[in-house]
Design a protein around this ligand. Structure first.
Ligand SMILES: [Zn+2]
Length: 339
């Protein structure tokens, strides 16, 4: 019997030495140390021995079984430790690996052009002002000399919030709001979003950006208007750019002009962008209509002024050679990352 016990110890030690996983270890426990395991079989057999032999063999069997238990426990700890080590190794930070790249955002092309426009006018002494995008009809039309039945209102057909309240069709209402609060002299620009009931196509969008400008003082003449806007065109499109002033009509200015620059695509030779004319319209302007001054109670005998308005998308398209306005608002990163 003692031989059988020693043999079992030997087998157990051989098997446990090969074990590497918790699953194998558990199987080993059941096989040797479980309730129906090999050690239990030995104890069962011992119980059939004559009484005087039992203590000695029983003591040996007990000792070997206890040894097996402690060996099994040691192995269990070993395996657990190994598992921890492997896990730690996996989770360890490898400082030799290249870092993750964070892609930085960029300014939208419209914002870039807006910044440039602002810089030019701020350097001339203009102040940047802001106004609401939801306007009343009074500020959007009436105070700008467009009463209810003025035919020009049709040009600015828009999106109404409710009776008498609308999304502003131009940034010009800001002029009125500023003049109501401030006496001349003043020189302001009002950049911002405008809305019109236009269907989306290559050159129209129901939302777009404008920059409105206004300068009022004693003795302001059309020469000042020409000087400031010519300077702007030269800074924006290059000092060699030819600028042309063409008579036009706006209800809030008199006289009014459209300002053209020589086509930046064909250098005045004529192309599809300038419709073969060699010129591109880039902004509208004029001397402030005295009727507008009357609305804000400025002394029309003392003060004169000029105002202008430009479409930011239009300028951005010409500067960057973009032929479709929709690209600005589609948020396609392939397009946006070029700027
Ligand atoms: Zn052209």
């Amino acid at each position: 019997m003692a031989d059988r016990i020693e043999e079992l110890r030997k087998l157990f030690r051989q098997e446990i030495a090969r074990i590497t996983t918790p699953e194998e270890l558990e199987k080993l426990r059941i096989k040797y140390l479980g309730r129906k395991g090999l050690f239990m079989e030995i104890f069962k057999d011992i119980s059939s021995f004559p009484a005087e032999q039992r203590p000695k063999v029983g003591e040996l069997a007990n000792r070997v079984r206890n040894d097996a238990f402690s060996e099994w426990n040691t192995k269990k700890k070993e395996i657990e430790l190994k598992k921890e080590e492997v896990k730690e190794e996996k989770e360890a930070i490898d400082i030799t690996l290249p870092g993750k790249k964070f892609s930085l955002g960029k300014k939208h092309p419209i914002t870039l052009i807006l910044d440039e426009i602002k810089n030019i006018f701020v350097s001339l002494g203009f102040r940047i002002v802001d106004g609401p995008e939801v306007e009343t009809e009074y500020y959007n039309f009436e105070a700008l000399n467009m009463d209810l039945h003025h035919p020009a209102r049709d040009m600015w057909s828009t999106l109404y919030i409710k009776e008498g309240v609308l999304l502003r069709t131009h940034t010009s209402p800001v002029q009125i709001r500023v003049m109501e609060k401030q006496s001349p002299p003043l020189a302001i620009i009002a950049p911002g979003k405008c809305y019109r009931r236009d269907a989306v196509d290559a050159s129209h969008s129901p939302m777009f950006h404008q920059v409105e400008g206004l300068l009022v003082d004693e003795g302001v003449s059309f020469a000042h208007l020409k000087g400031v806007l010519t300077h702007f065109c030269h800074r924006m499109f290059g000092a060699e750019t030819k600028v042309r002033f063409r008579p036009s009509f706006f209800p809030f200015t008199e006289p009014s002009v459209e300002v053209d620059i020589q086509c930046v695509i064909c250098a005045g030779k004529g192309c599809s962008v300038c419709k073969q004319s060699g010129w591109l319209e880039i902004l509208g302007a004029g001397m402030v209509n005295p009727r507008v001054f009357e609305f804000v109670k400025y002394d029309t005998k003392k003060y004169t002024g000029f105002a202008f308005g430009m479409g930011v998308e239009r300028i951005a398209m010409l500067r960057y050679g973009i032929d479709d306005m929709r690209l600005f608002f589609e948020n396609d990163r392939r397009f946006l990352k070029q700027f």
